[in-house]
Design a protein. Structure first.
Length: 408
């Protein structure tokens, strides 16, 4: 296998056949040199489960907070950049981009909205949305799963949780689809500035609206925390809302779509689930392991020179945790290349581990259970409308289909 770069992790090869792609990577060793990425630095990838768990649970001597690597003069310089993309990358201050105690403070502010109990209370509303979406297509005999089902459900739910008007939801799809595609050329970096500025300007207007007319939504809680207790800086507030909007729907869209696709490609597993709906929770866990939408967990910046498996990691290098690689590790999962919805003790890392484990995991699990469970119950004869090889994967950072046309 040729030398792999960061962009290869998001390539069509990796998306079409992640099992083969990551098997080849693991065979090269436990840590892979991904080379330099423009304007950011040198990347490495961990390919094995135990190493992934170790770094996620105990990141020292790495940090999620890039600002810790900058001198006071360099930090001051970041405030003078005119590029929205440069400012966001260097000044991003959400819970995934900082260490304790900042991480603890930021996570605590929104954690109450994502507890299993709070998510369970939303079940009737989620079921209502799913039923309405299926009602809208039931007489047509066909559905484009992403635009007509997998996207509307999570974007509606997260916008209602955040307190975002329904009229703005389609605009988020436009922005996020632009911003989650990794740029490779200077002109592609430059092209991201306008949509990023628009997105941030929208968030700033939203913050002002919540300041004037607070509600019982998550954004109002964050705005009030900043104003009453001075717990959030402006960057932290904007970054946190940005993260909640994007992460609150994009990954679940692809989990639902990828999951339905894999069940259709494995009719024995689909039939097993239809015959025994009690397998739905274990089905979602297996789909998270087998076809999770996120290939790698956040950037871990080396705070000092160190060595991993004989590789010299320099201060400022970035180590990525290969979530897909870890979830397909044969040393941990028996026959990892098989989709098995009855798999027991499924210790996948699709949501990460440690203090940065995905806050929205209960939300994603419940949305996916309701969506997929209802879909195969109400539309039991669901099938692909095109041959699998004609499906087109997006160029985004996620394992994401551009569309999934189905018939029933």
């Amino acid at each position: 296998m040729r030398n792999v770069t960061v962009n290869d992790l998001f390539s069509l090869e990796a998306k079409r056949d992640p099992i083969r792609f990551y098997k080849q990577l693991r065979e090269q060793g436990p840590i892979i040199d991904l080379g330099e990425y423009p304007s950011i630095g040198k990347f490495w990838l961990l390919t094995r489960y135990e190493d992934a768990i170790a770094l996620l649970k105990d990141p020292h001597p790495f940090t999620r907070d890039r600002l810790k690597l900058l001198s006071p003069e360099e930090k001051e310089q970041t405030t003078r950049y005119h590029s929205a993309l440069e400012q966001y990358v260097l000044q991003r201050r959400d819970m995934l981009a900082v260490d304790p105690p900042d991480h603890t403070r930021l996570r605590k502010l929104v954690a109450k909205a994502f507890t299993p109990r709070m998510i369970e209370q939303m079940r009737p509303r989620m079921q209502q949305i799913v039923d309405e979406l299926i009602n809208a297509v039931e007489d047509k005999g066909k559905i484009e799963l992403i635009s007509e089902f997998a996207y509307p459900l999570p974007i509606t739910v997260i916008c209602e949780m955040l307190g975002i008007p329904a009229r703005d939801r389609q605009q988020f799809r436009h922005w996020t689809q632009l911003l989650i595609v990794p740029p490779q050329k200077p002109e592609e970096f430059a092209a991201l500035n306008a949509p990023l500025e628009e997105f941030i300007s929208y968030i700033q207007r939203l913050i002002e609206e919540k300041h004037q007319n607070p509600g019982d939504d998550i954004i109002s809680v964050l705005v009030q925390a900043r104003e009453q207790e001075d717990k959030l800086s402006e960057n932290e507030l904007i970054s946190s809302i940005f993260l909640l909007i994007v992460a609150g729907h994009e990954t679940t869209v692809n989990l639902i779509a990828n999951g339905v696709l894999e069940l259709l490609l494995h009719p024995d597993q689909l039939q097993l689930l239809q015959q025994d709906p009690s397998l739905l929770p274990s089905t979602i866990e297996e789909l998270l392991r087998y076809t999770g939408p996120i290939f790698a967990a956040g950037s871990h910046w080396a705070m000092e020179d160190t060595t991993l498996y004989g590789k010299q990691i320099r201060k400022g290098d970035i180590v990525l945790v290969g979530l897909t690689a870890a979830n397909l590790d044969p040393d941990v999962f028996e026959h990892p290349e098989k989709l098995d919805i009855t798999r027991e003790e499924n210790k996948h890392v699709a949501f990460g581990k440690g203090i940065h484990v995905c806050l929205g995991a209960p939300l994603a699990r419940q949305e996916s259970q309701i969506a997929i469970g209802t879909l195969i119950r109400r539309l039991p004869h669901l099938r692909l409308a095109v041959p699998p090889e004609q499906l087109v994967w997006s160029g985004s950072k996620f394992r994401a289909l551009r569309s999934l046309p189905l018939e029933f």
